[in-house]
Design a protein around this ligand. Structure first.
Ligand code: PMP
Length: 408
């Protein structure tokens, strides 16, 4: 066994930096689900970070963009940048120069990482309000920065006390995955003023911006800083277009920043997948026309499910947007990991433990209603209620409350 001897003499060394990073809890959970499904098990899947839409299969033959099989401009296809710029300018009052202020890359996950990498030196801090999207702290650490988490019960207007001499940025997700919270104009204005006062960057991840409840408009944070002095807007085709597997996301920032980010993009991925970016470019508006009604019914479903939980006396963190609910475990004596494990093992229902979204969130689970039928979601809500009830010590058990419409 000379191979083994060799490996014992020179054990593979991996970096301490990566040893300190854990897998993305949601992705890890979904890998278990994929394995269970491959083994023939029926799993009610409420852990996926995407909504399934009815979309036409792409007709790639009909595309007219040149160079479909090849690398494209590393800022992104010029026409796609122009359309994205127009989208933000006409819908959200954020003027964008597509030549210098947009970078398209392989998913917004990569865009966020590149933005962090462009601004952080070792030991720099980034403020991360909980519940956060679970890759933010890991990405900050991968850039040798230090995430400074803020418990979910701290109001936005108190964030200033977390700013230190080492703070470089604040990162928020608006609308928020997992709570569905949409930041108010006042909250966004406060964050802009904070950024201005302390020379911070405000990174705003708007991946779910189309997922607004009927009759409400989305306020893009960038509109409050049209010169982009301190704001990076990140967005994605994954959720709004329902094509998460295509890996196309983008960011909008001032030229000084995009010049740095462009270098990272060139060294890491070169460009987003050209043929898919070309398809999205050529069908930019048609595709949104197809997804928008489906987005609307998904958001409405989300808010109906919130009332089901309320009817059972189960709280959800306040929010109205996205297709996620952050569901309180009430008096259950299980933590969020134990709860999610038992739900999966005993009821074949997958959710994501709240601990993945911050230490202050271990009394919650994330439920996504984007990829299951209403009937199966209803079954899951009943199972979640039963598991909460059966794990709640009797002296803590309370009776279900009456339905409260205003909570959704
Ligand atoms: N931001 C948020 C808040 C997300 O939920 C996700 C995906 N779940 C992403 C960014 C990443 O999306 P993508 O890389 O597919 O653009």
């Amino acid at each position: 066994m000379s191979g083994q001897q060799t490996s014992m003499k020179h054990p593979l060394r991996t970096s301490q930096l990566m040893a300190g990073i854990t897998q993305a809890l949601s992705v890890q959970q979904n890998n278990v689900v994929y394995d269970m499904k491959a083994a023939g098990q029926d799993v009610i899947t409420l852990s996926l970070g995407e909504a399934f839409f009815d979309l036409p299969l792409p007709d790639l033959d009909g595309l007219t963009t040149p160079g479909l099989h090849h690398y494209s401009h590393s800022r992104g296809l010029p026409e796609l940048r122009r359309l994205l710029g127009k989208y933000y300018e006409s819908k959200f009052a954020l003027p964008v120069d597509p030549d210098s202020e947009v970078i398209v890359t392989a998913g917004s996950k990569a865009a966020i990482y590149m933005a962090l990498m462009a601004i952080l030196d070792p030991g720099d801090q980034v403020i991360v309000p909980e519940p956060y999207w679970l890759s933010y702290p890991a990405q900050i650490r991968m850039c040798q920065g230090e995430p400074v988490m803020i418990s979910h019960d701290v109001p936005v207007f108190d964030f200033e006390r977390f700013v230190t001499a080492r703070t470089r940025a604040v990162i928020i997700n608006n609308p928020n995955n997992p709570s569905g919270h949409v930041y108010t104009r006042e909250e966004l204005q406060y964050l802009h003023d904070l950024a201005e006062r302390h020379g911070l960057l405000l990174i705003v991840d708007e991946a779910y911006n189309e997922f607004m409840p009927p009759g409400t408009d989305f306020l893009a944070a960038g509109a409050l800083d049209p010169e982009k002095k301190h704001t990076v807007t990140v967005n994605s085709m994954s959720k709004n277009y329902g094509v998460s597997g295509w890996r196309i996301g983008y960011l909008i920032a001032n030229e000084r920043l995009t010049e740095q980010i462009l270098k990272i993009n060139q060294h890491l991925v070169t460009c987003a997948p050209t043929i898919l970016a070309a398809y999205l470019t050529e069908r930019f508006d048609d595709l949104l026309d197809i997804t928008r009604p489906q987005i609307q019914s998904t958001v409405q479903l989300r808010n109906r499910v919130a009332t089901w939980f309320a009817d059972e006396g189960i709280d959800t963190m306040p929010g109205t947007s996205t297709f996620y609910l952050f569901v309180s475990l009430g008096g259950s004596d299980l933590d969020s990991t134990e709860f999610a494990d038992r739900l999966l093992r005993e009821h074949a229902i997958s959710v994501v433990p709240g601990i993945g979204y911050g230490d202050s969130c271990d009394r919650f689970i994330r439920v996504s209603v984007g990829s299951e039928s209403e009937e199966r979601i209803a079954r899951a809500v009943a199972a979640i209620r039963d598991l909460i009830e059966s794990t709640t010590p009797t002296h803590l058990a309370s009776r279900p409350r009456a339905r409260v419409e205003s909570e959704v």
